[in-house]
Design a protein around this ligand. Sequence first.
Ligand code: NAP
Length: 477
Amino acid sequence: MSELPPCDAFIDGRWVAGSRRFTVRDPFDDAPIAEVTDGDDAHVDAAVAAAARAFPAWKRRPGPERGKLLGQLAARMLSAERRLAELCTRENGKPVTEAIAEVRYAASFLAWFAGEAERSYGETVPATHPTQRLTVIREPVGPCALITPWNFPYAMLTRKLGAALAAGCTVVAKPAEKTPLSALALAQLAETVGIPAGVINIVPSADGARIGGRLCGAPAIRKISFTGSTAVGMILMKNAAADLKRISLELGGNAPFLVLADADLDAAVAGALVAKFRNTGQSCVAANRFIVEAPIAEAFTAKLCAAAARLTVGRGSDPDVDLGPLIDDAGVAKVVRLVADAIARGAKLLLGTPPSGTTRLIAPIVLAGVTPQMQLWREEIFGPVIALRTAADEAEAIAQANDTEYGLVAYVFTRDGARQQRVAEALEAGMVGINEGLVSTAQAPFGGVKHSGLGREGSRHGIDDYTNLKYLATRIA
Ligand code: NAP
């Protein structure tokens, strides 16, 4: 059993308890895991003040020094990966193997931005006047508010934290109510590598709207980075406008997964399993709508059903389990509603049993004959349900794929190189997996278009949102 981190707010390098606590529960059986300080307005204000105080000195620290500390934090995460993974499994429910993969993925952002801290270059610009020299330097925007969801509690935090700290910003993070322990464990590790007090502050809370709202509204906060639902992202953007704060948003998805007639069907099935079932389908990049070109629809569907039927469901700590429980009863109720609606409107159940809502464990479900009127074609399913629709040809497949307000990621399977390029360019998405079911990696820019968000995380671009460009015009004669 994994040991717990301190279960209080982490402010100015100290663990700060509160008068109220909330219970974090195991999604598998609702058993209580920990009682965590329920951050209030005073915690937020103290954390913002600490981040503001720590900012000038952290900003002045040379980039390579900031990078060194980030690199050490990455190394600590990796050496504690088993403990961190088990903690994540307890509060999130995902299988331990997936949790280990998440810890490594999360650490890779810290390692990546450790390097970027050394390479946050400026520019020199040719001037039109011979007596002028023009240079551009990068400056950190200031203290940042980081708000993260429960589905990847380490990685969604480090993807922001790594970039922010590398740029020279300080942060106040508010993790999701369901999964605060992972963030607190990360703060505990940060203490051990000597990241100065006030650079990282964490305020857990059971009242996301209130505490998130207060944090984002604090005048000292100069940038908001949010990962979560589109609905909340829109609220935060409206509020940020009132104070002209920088904001980046990693929001929901409704990913199309195209299998074209010339695809390698075994590769497409392998890609589908990763794209659909990672974290039991509770991922923003989960394949939500499968669009299969008619000539191979039957063959692909048969292979997909056979592979999905082999997946096991159970408690995440059981090493043989492929799919853990859904996060909570609301998540289960959504899947129940979407499957019932699809079947009532004529979808054909090829695999699985319509969930009853009595358990959070849901085995893979495959539905064929799905139409755009069905709710699961329009909404993020966030569960292990495959919705299949056929397309007559490439043009129809692209039109179906783009018929959504979301645009985070799309997947396309085809062996034809020209087709890969043509279809990838036609898809309205921030990322495209071509014969690939897993696009997330620290080196590449992660982010969406349309209602899936603004800004990019990871890659050399990930630091941009945390820096202001300052231009210096120097007269030399
Ligand atoms: P959510 O309800 O939007 O919550 C996300 C975070 O925002 C949580 O910390 C939450 O706190 C907080 N929050 C809720 N209401 C708020 C408000 N009014 N003001 C400020 N903060 C507020 O999303 P979720 O259900 O946790 O996460 C699932 C969603 O995240 C899905 O739509 C998924 O696609 C998306 N996601 C996107 C990406 C990406 O990179 N694009 C990655 C992962 C997930 P509480 O937990 O206390 O409510």
